[in-house]
Design a protein around this ligand. Sequence first.
Ligand code: NI
Length: 179
Amino acid sequence: MTVQPIRLFGDPVLTTVAAPVDTFDKELRTLVSDLTHTMLEAPGVGLAAPQIGVSLRVFTWYVDDELGHVCNPILHLSDEEQDGPEGCLSVPGLSFDTKRALSVVAHGVDMHGEPITIRGSELLARCIQHETDHLDGVVFVDRLDPEARRDAMRAIRESQWFGQPAPAVKLDPHGRFGL
Ligand code: NI
């Protein structure tokens, strides 16, 4: 298990569509372990493989004391929405109100290739949507309406970390919303 450096907004891996997981081997198990430990260390409630520089469709979460991971998720979203603060370990120290579906059902497979279904609402649903976006090369600020996105981009450009190499260990005061 290794805590990996987290890639920051501006890193091209975060805007790359990740490839499906098709090999369920020791390398994948190591990736899930690294994601889990990096997420817990940050601390964050979710972490997607592209955020540690691996362009594969897998992410981990830690919500309501439940630890999980999924590969190749397919989402079914509720019509009912939620709106509230959202953050990202790749956009440290910032959070912005982001609209999401209130609940989600995710179908995917675990690290052994066994089918799994995740049902979540509120924070877990937000997390699953946010992390699946990472697999599609989408960062949450892209979900904001144009005016809010302009403000978010200004705050990002003014952040000390912007354009800097990622530190090996991150201390994020907004870890509660780190996704
Ligand atoms: Ni994120």
